[in-house]
Design a protein. Structure first.
Length: 233
């Protein structure tokens, strides 16, 4: 082979290899899907962009400190019917920050479920809602800049809130308006600022609240809005 042809052939082969590994349609599709799932953010941590609710059922979802950003699931306003970021049934979600828009936060869908070490710096419509009967634990949770409610309870439950830090809210916890069924709420350590209404509000006389170690910006005489049972424990 002449020297010129050899050089030409080598250039062609190298060009083809470069094209194959960088531009072929299969690789391109794979890498763009990956980009959507896991993006390195400016602080060097990882950021997870999601376009639908993460369903956790019978398992533990550990974010390892990642920040989740929802896209197309709601705007984080006070509009109802935004999508939740997580739906948990008999499972655990831990070690994650939910960035804005935090949409409808986390839904507890039943069984024995746990949320721990979760931060929502800018709460959306609300931060965490009991949707179905169950036994729930929420601990080491930060929820800031909530406009109205931090925690919402829409079904029978025993729920324990431990080591909660939150600011800017009408109430820390609201049992769904007009409902008279019983829920049992334990508050075991909460540092709350910027409350405008109450710590707990409920229209049920059968509901019970047991609490310890709460600091809040409003007088203790305004902590409980409703005729439910309250005692320190
Ligand atoms: C409001 C609304 C309820 C429910 C709740 C929630 O209280 O009236 O129907 O949607 O918000 O779960 O956010
Ligand atoms: Ca609501
Ligand atoms: Ca809600």
């Amino acid at each position: 082979m002449r020297k010129g042809s050899f050089i030409l052939l080598s250039i062609l082969i190298i060009t083809a290899l470069v094209f194959w590994f960088s531009c072929n349609p299969f690789n391109k599709e794979k890498s763009s899907t990956l980009d959507k799932i896991n993006v390195l953010d400016s602080s060097g941590g990882t950021r997870l962009t999601i376009t639908c609710t993460i369903i956790v059922n019978g398992s533990t979802w550990d974010g390892g400190g990642q920040t989740i950003i929802a896209s197309g699931m709601g705007d984080g306003s006070q509009a109802e019917s935004q999508d939740p970021i997580f739906d948990i049934t008999n499972g655990t979600v831990r070690n994650v920050t939910i960035g804005a828009p935090a949409c409808d936060g986390i839904h507890l869908e039943g069984g024995n479920s746990t949320i721990s070490n979760v931060k929502i710096p800018d709460v959306g419509e609300d931060a965490c809602t009991v949707k179905k009967p169950g036994t729930y634990n929420v601990s080491s949770f930060t929820g800031n800049s909530c406009e109205d409610k931090l925690f919402q309870i829409n079904d029978l439950c025993t729920i324990t809130y431990t080591s909660i830090s939150a600011n800017g809210m009408s109430k820390f916890c609201r049992q769904n308006g007009g409902k008279t069924w019983k829920c049992t709420i334990y508050i075991n350590g909460a540092t709350l600022s910027g409350i405008s209404e109450a710590v707990v509000r409920s229209d049920s006389t059968t509901t019970s609240v047991r609490w310890r170690s709460i600091t809040a910006n409003i007088a203790q005489s305004s902590w409980w809005y409703g005729n439910f049972s309250v005692a320190a424990y």
